[in-house]
Design a protein around this ligand. Sequence first.
Ligand code: GMT
Length: 376
Amino acid sequence: MRIGIVLYPTFGGSGVLATELGMALANQGHQVHFITYRQPVRLSAFNANIFYHEVRITTYPLFEYPPYESALASTIVDVVLNQKLDLLHVHYAIPHALSAYIARQILEKNDGIRLPVITTLHGTDITLVGKDKTYEPVVTFSINESDAITAVSDNLKEETYKSFHVKKDIEVIHNFVDVSRFSKKPIDAFRKAVAPNGERILIHASNFRKLKRVDDVIRIFAKVLKQVPSKLMMVGDGPERHMAEELSRELDICNHVRFVGKQEQMEDVMVISDLFLLTSEYESFGLSALEAMAASVPVLSSNAGGIPEINVHGVTGYMAPVGHIDEMAEYAISMLKDDDTLARFKKQAYEHACKFDIQQIVPKYEALYESVLSKA
Ligand code: GMT
C-alpha cells in the first residue's frame, strides 16, 4: 500500500507512535509518506520505502497566525496526486483531521479521486484541547468525516464518546513499543556517570507540561532519597522544567537530580534505570511508561485515564490516585529496597510490555487499512 501519515514531528507521544508505525509499515514493504512541517525526531535511519514531505509554511506580514491547516491540506493534495497514495492516516485530530477533510474535498471535486482517511485520537486532542469550545465543532465534524477512527486506549474511546457527538464506531488499537529496541544491554559507563556509587536510578520523561505534575516527581524522589540511596534523571523539556529545578534546590536534593534535556536515544537512558515515574493528572495511554517497561523498568504512576490499561498494580509497578505522593513514595521504596523485589518487578514489567510489542499491534493497523480500502 502507499500510505500517507500526517503527524506532529516532535518528541510528543503521538509523533513518536506515528513515526514508529510508519517505519514498521515500511519494513513490511509498504510505501510510507510522512507529511509534516519538520523531519520527525525518530525518523533517522534510511529506508528505501520511506518518504518525507515537508509542509512549507510561507509567512506574510498580514498573518499573525500562519494558516497551517491550508498549507497542510495543499501538501496532502500534492502528495496524493504525485505519489498516488492509497490512503491517509492522520495522528492527532487537531488540525490534521480537518486538513485531511479539506484535501479530500479538493481531490474529489477537482480530480475525481476518493481518498480514504483514518484518524487516530491520541489524548489531548480530545481531553484537553479538542473539547474546548474553540475547537469542538471542527473536531466533531472532522472526526465524523473520517472513514475510520481509532483511539489509543479504551479510556480515550470513552472520553471521546462523552465529549463529542461521534456517530461512528471508534476502534481501540493500543499503542505499541518495539521491545527488541528497548530491551538492549545497559551501557555501564552511562550508569556509572549517573549513579557512581551504585545508587538506584529513578527516571521521568515528558514534555514538562503542568498536566505531568513534575513537582510530584521531585517530591516523591525527595522522600525516596531519605531511605534509598538514589538518583533521579529528568528527561525532556517544557514549561515546568524551571519550577522543577527550583524545587529540587529548595528541597536540597539538586545534587541527586539530573536534568538531561530531550534525548533521541530513549532506549539508552531507559535501560540504565530502575523505576519510571509518571504522576500525570491525565494520560490517554502513557507511551513513555510502556517504553520503560520494555526496557525492564517498573512503573510508579498515577491511576489516571488509560494508565491502568498498561501499568498493572502490584505486577509491573504500582499506581495511586493523582497527587497522593506519600503513597507513591511508599510504593517506590517498597520496589527499590531490595534487589530481589526489584528484579521481580523488572521481569514482570518486561513480560507485560511484550504484550504491546510492535509485532502484535502493527498488523491491526494493516487490517484496518485493508478494511477501509475494501469499502472505498
Ligand atoms: O503527553 C503528551 O503531552 C503528548 C501527547 C501527544 O499527543 O503527543 O501524548 C498523548 O499521546 C500519547 C501517544 O498516544 C499518549 O501516550 C499520551 O498519554 C497522550 N497524552 C495525554 O493524554 C496527556
